[in-house]
Design a protein around this ligand. Structure first.
Ligand code: ADP
Ligand code: MG
Length: 223
């Protein structure tokens, strides 16, 4: 029965998530349908195509974030040097960081053990956390990423930003699907991030101070 209960819990969580996704996708779909009807009736305005494109991009963004969750079924855990994965992602986000006037600095302990992980998922985690840090600093600033061993069998990766911070009462909401404070946010990034770290038997904690910045701590087990 316990197993059944757990399964039905999972099912309802999944059902809730599916309902949320359906709801989030329905809005841009309804808008798109309306515009197509306008076009069919012969009404065309220059701005329609821009709005339609942005509604399509919205759907694309939501679907992309969910694909990450769909993939782990065939998991392929291999030992990886997390520093290399992180450096790849920093290079990937370089343009966005420069455009936002954000500097990314790293302080890595010299001999870190390899971590058994699904590299694409861990990269996704780094992208999600770093994007949030960049987005939290609209006037630019600094992100420091520290990596060190923590106890005998874990490593700790800390992402420290100088952004607008998170009100303490909102911290428990982080990782809830669709919780966002951004006009164009999906509120899926942290949910996916928590899920991936949970799959890796790691954990996340977030500390924040308004107008001072936020620290995201990611703990990962080593072999
Ligand atoms: P999104 O980025 O689409 O809003 P996320 O799940 O990535 O969704 O983040 C959820 C919310 O958590 C954000 O909207 C923001 O309010 C808050 N948040 C996450 N990371 C940070 C950060 N580094 N600084 C400030 N707020 C953050
Ligand atoms: Mg985000």
């Amino acid at each position: 029965t316990e197993e059944l209960l757990r399964k039905s819990d999972k099912l309802s969580a999944l059902g809730q998530l599916a309902a949320g996704v359906a709801h989030e996708i329905r809005n841009p779909l309804t808008a798109l349908k309306g515009f197509i009807q306008l076009l069919q009736s012969g009404t065309y305005k220059e701005e329609y195509s821009a709005i339609m494109l942005s509604e399509l991009e919205r759907i694309e963004l939501i679907v992309d974030e969910f694909l990450v969750l769909a993939k782990p079924q065939v998991s392929n855990y291999q030992p990886h040097d997390i520093r290399i994965l992180l450096n790849n992602i920093i290079a990937l986000l370089d343009t966005q960081a420069i455009l936002s006037n954000v500097q990314i600095l790293t302080e890595f302990e010299s001999d870190l053990p390899l971590v058994k992980c699904e590299d694409n998922q861990i990269k996704q985690v780094f992208i999600n956390i770093l994007k949030n840090a960049i987005e939290a600093m609209p006037d630019g600033g600094k992100i420091v990423i520290e990596m060190r061993t923590h106890g005998v069998n874990r490593i700790l990766i800390r992402f420290i930003d100088e952004g607008h911070g998170i009100p303490p009462e909102r911290i428990p909401k982080l990782g809830e699907p669709f919780y966002t404070t951004k006009e164009k946010g999906t509120g899926l990034g942290l949910m996916v991030t928590y899920k991936i770290i949970e799959n890796h038997h790691g954990s996340i904690s977030i500390e924040s101070e308004i107008n001072q910045g936020t620290i995201v701590n990611v703990f990962l087990p080593v072999n």
